[in-house]
Design a protein around this ligand. Structure first.
Ligand code: NOJ
Length: 514
């Protein structure tokens, strides 16, 4: 088990939108270095950095052109090394984004693979052996763009060809098995990429589309085996390295050797019921439902076992910002929840000040609807909200133009701001082991269409009751625990009478159980 994950709290930095120090209208690595103290003072002790590698940026850098070079717009490999060092000086950790499943069509491997004649890269991607044959299992593909006679599978957008880690069930002559020399060669190349950055000082990776690697793998058995092999390599060469997957099925990802898996905003885990549906549980209208999320969470938590960590992010570069549907005190109550759940919390840049989701931005760098969650960080009242000193029209993406837009500067000065509430919550989490990554959880009250939500976090005999009522109504529930010290409180505190707890409107409280 990796010790530093026990109390890790991540901050996600989307590099192009964070802080621009060379006035080109795009954030850069020196800009992140400049803001490390801010991240540390917020209380976060780890960073996930979105892709920062050479890329044509058709998908914001998830279309990698060279896995071994930093994109010049962000700086150099030396700057990235400096970022690692500065992070470590502050006793923090940093994960890079590993786009393991595909590259850009601009990658040299793909340019070589498109040639009609055989070469070293002919089998690096998933190609059929005839341009007239489409791919099975509804795989998307491109064809006819070069002299090679074949269709090439794509993982996401049409310019992101799928790397060849083999097929679990081989059904066609052009498919390679997971243990074929071709698939093994790709796996070894992936290790080389990891070795390169880990050797330079990064602490691990967030793995993009981690479930997508092996094809025709309905139960993910081949993909799980592949990641187990990667984990073995890490255990041998970089035992302190950490991997978190974008998988969304923690039981499978953790079996594959990932230390953590994200709960993704999807139907499967019911996480949208909380913050991203018409009537989210965290809305003060109080018409939401938390029960299905709680059931699914506990089921997955049990399957994940003691070692695996399930992470619920506040948001990310692919989802609507929380503030699209929630605001004011609702957001503070969301963070009381996120920062008192097991696993490792991830705060998406700007969510700590309630940055808005911007409607009608158009699509920048393949963002489409996601562009609204990727606008420049709002630091202060200066030029371009302190993000960049470039002329406004040079910003690669539009800034929130609301004159009342939140900024870090304003919120630091306001004792009652979301930012200060989050700082307080992080301090509480960091001071109570029961609230941290590996403290146990048991739901006490999570009923269909009812409020509040109550659960116990525990570490041995140390037990903390969390009671969360986002709704505007006072609610009651049966609770057979004796409540002691209040560890954290937002809104009015609960009243306990004859084993009935009265929970005040729009409140969140953490109470020690005696
Ligand atoms: C998931 C990433 O988070 C997303 O931004 C990207 O577009 C796809 N994977 C493709 O890499």
């Amino acid at each position: 088990m990796i010790k530093w994950l026990d109390n890790a709290i991540f901050y996600q930095v989307y590099p192009q939108s964070f802080n621009d120090t060379n006035a080109d209208g795009i954030g850069d690595l020196q800009g992140i270095i400049e803001k490390l103290d801010y991240i540390k003072e917020l209380g976060c002790n780890a960073i996930w950095l979105n892709p920062c590698f050479l890329s044509p940026f058709g998908d914001a850098g998830y279309d990698v052109q060279d896995f071994y070079s930093v994109a010049p717009r962000y700086g150099t490999n030396e700057d990235l090394k400096q970022l690692f060092d500065e992070v470590h000086k502050r006793d923090m950790h940093i994960l890079l984004d590993l786009v393991a499943g595909h590259t850009s069509i601009e990658h040299n491997w793909f340019k070589e693979a498109q040639k009609a004649g055989k070469n070293k890269y002919t089998n690096r991607y998933v190609w059929t052996d005839s341009v007239w044959w489409s791919l099975p299992e509804n795989m998307n593909y491109i064809r006819g763009i070069s002299d090679r006679d074949g269709c090439c599978a794509v993982n996401f957008f049409s310019f992101q060809p799928a790397l060849n880690y083999g097929f679990y069930n081989v059904t066609e002559p052009w498919q390679h098995s997971c243990n074929s020399p071709e698939a093994k060669e790709m796996r070894e190349e992936l290790k080389n990429i990891m070795r390169f950055w880990l050797g330079m000082g990064c602490d691990g990776f967030r793995v993009d589309m981690a479930a997508s690697l092996v094809k025709n793998d309905p139960e993910s058995k081949g993909t799980i085996a592949l990641w187990q092999n990667i984990r073995e390599f890490l255990e041998k060469e970089f035992p302190d390295a950490v991997m978190i997957s974008e998988w969304g099925e923690p039981d499978k990802a953790l079996l594959g050797g990932f230390h953590m898996d994200f709960i993704l905003p999807n139907e499967f885990m019911h996480s949208n019921d909380l913050f991203r549906c018409d009537e989210p549980f965290f809305s003060s209208r109080g018409k939401g439902d938390v029960s299905e999320f709680a059931n699914k969470y506990i089921e997955t938590y049990k399957k994940a076992g003691k070692e695996g960590l399930i992470c619920i992010p506040s948001g990310n570069h692919d989802s609507d910002r929380l503030s699209k549907r929630l605001s004011g005190d609702e957001l503070k109550i969301v963070f009381a929840f996120l920062l008192s759940m097991p696993g490792v919390p991830f705060i998406y840049y700007g969510d700590e000040i309630g940055m808005r989701y911007l409607e009608n931005t158009g699509s920048i760098e393949g963002g489409f609807f996601r562009t609204g969650s990727r606008s420049p960080m709002q630091w202060d009242g200066g030029t371009n909200a302190g993000f960049s000193s470039a002329p406004q029209e040079k910003l690669y993406i539009k800034l929130d133009d609301d004159i009342n837009r939140p900024t870090v500067e304003k919120q630091l000065a306001d004792e009652k701001s979301l930012l200060n509430e989050i700082k307080k919550l992080i301090k509480v989490r960091l001071s109570e082991k029961a609230l941290q990554s590996r403290g146990d959880i048991k739901f006490v009250y999570a009923e269909k269409n009812k409020y509040p939500l109550a659960y116990i976090r525990s570490n041995g005999d140390d037990k903390i009751l969390i009671v969360i009522n986002p709704s505007k109504r006072k609610v009651k529930f049966e609770c057979n625990y004796s409540i002691g010290e209040t560890i954290y409180n937002f809104g009015k505190a609960v009243i306990c009478e004859n084993s009935q707890l009265t929970v005040m409107e729009q409140s969140a409280g953490f109470y020690r159980i005696i």
